[in-house]
Design a binder for this molecule. Structure first.
Ligand code: OGA
Ligand code: NI
Length: 348
């Protein structure tokens, strides 16, 4: 089985013509249904005609490769430790943990660019602040990354409208309830060439689900991303320069009572060259709560089916036992402080 590949042209054309997706044409309906089916069945799909200019994708890849080719001292000038709780900058190979064990990857963390006077920065809210840019950068990399993040934010919003429609909700349901100000995180990961001696421990990223709404991922031509399919078979997500990979995270699974599925995935770079990947996370507002969608707004058949398909989670977390008044920010912080334990100040 391959992941579904979905053409987003009908949705984008409607937006360009300032039409609401609710004024559905057959082609919009078909796209919405394809997305809904993919998210119910496997939680992953790829998209083409996503509207991100090829020149931007290429610039991002080239400038990121340039960064990771710098010597370690240059990269360390913008290490994450400099940014403290803002959680931005470079981390070296093995510094990030999944399920408590180091990943075989290095990376650069970015987020929404916020000035020091922003209230959340003043309040020392985790993951809010300014980005760090390579010391050699004269603005080119900064402009590319910020332009890419803007484009991904628009794409995320468009997909959330399609997802809302597929669930039978008004198109702006998610933006109004959970993401009027989405938490946007962007990372560039570098997975070194396949070279470790201990075959059992070669994971770039061990199996996990993502935390928020949507992950939009560009990958280079190395391959290595795998998604868990039916009957526990791992499916490869082959590289395609024209496509972005889309998957959903725990919050959409939670809020839809399991109708949509946040699926397990993992990465092992088997190539002889370093692999770059570019995950962008389009997530709920930091202060939105974990309260789920009112069941009466969802299809009873789909709810019943989701309940009968429910399985134990990979990390033992019981989503349905989470307190509905917890905020997304609290949920995220409790999870990710285990990812970079060295960045967490005592008592936070
Ligand atoms: C992630 C992830 C996949 C990749 O960052 O959550 O699953 O290909 N990344 O880097
Ligand atoms: Ni992931």
């Amino acid at each position: 089985m391959n992941l579904p590949c979905i053409d987003l042209r009908p949705l984008r054309e409607a937006k360009q013509a300032s039409l609401s997706l609710e004024t559905s044409t057959l082609s919009i309906q078909s796209t919405v249904t394809q997305i809904q089916n993919a998210l119910q069945e496997i939680g992953f799909f790829t998209v083409i005609n996503h509207g991100i200019p090829d020149s931007l994708l290429q610039a991002l890849e080239q400038q990121s490769r340039h960064f990771f080719h710098q010597d370690e001292a240059t990269k360390q000038q913008i290490r994450m430790e400099n940014a403290g709780l803002a959680w931005r900058g470079y981390f070296s190979l093995g510094a990030e943990l999944t399920s408590g064990r180091p990943d075989q990857k290095a990376g650069l963390y970015f987020g929404t660019e916020l000035p020091p006077e922003h209230p959340e920065v003043q309040a020392e809210t985790p993951m809010h602040g300014a980005n760090q840019w390579p010391t050699y950068d004269t603005g080119e990399f900064r402009d590319t990354v910020l332009a890419y993040m803007d484009a991904m934010k628009d794409l995320g919003a468009l997909l959330m409208e399609a997802i809302a429609l597929g669930l039978g909700l008004p198109t702006h349901y998610f933006s109004q309830r959970f993401a009027d100000d989405p938490t946007c995180l962007f990372r560039v990961f570098y997975y070194p060439p396949h070279q470790w001696e201990d075959a059992a421990d070669e994971w770039g990223v061990r199996q996990h689900t993502d935390m928020g709404f949507l992950t939009l991922l560009k990958q280079d031509d190395c391959g290595g991303l795998q998604v868990k399919g039916r009957q526990n078979v791992w499916l490869d997500v082959p590289p395609n320069p024209e496509a972005l990979v889309v998957n959903i995270g725990d919050m959409l699974e939670l809020w839809t009572w399991g109708i949509l599925k946040a699926n397990l995935h993992r990465v092992k770079n088997q190539a002889q060259q370093g692999r770059l990947s570019f995950p962008f996370f389009y997530d709920p507002s930091w202060n939105s709560t974990l309260e789920r969608i009112d069941k009466s707004l969802l299809s009873p058949e789909r709810l019943a089916q989701a309940q009968s398909n429910a399985e134990d989670r990979w990390d033992g977390l019981e989503l349905n036992k989470l307190n509905a008044q917890t905020t997304y920010g609290e949920f995220v912080w409790n999870k990710i402080k285990h990812v970079f334990p060295q960045l967490v100040p005592p008592g936070k």
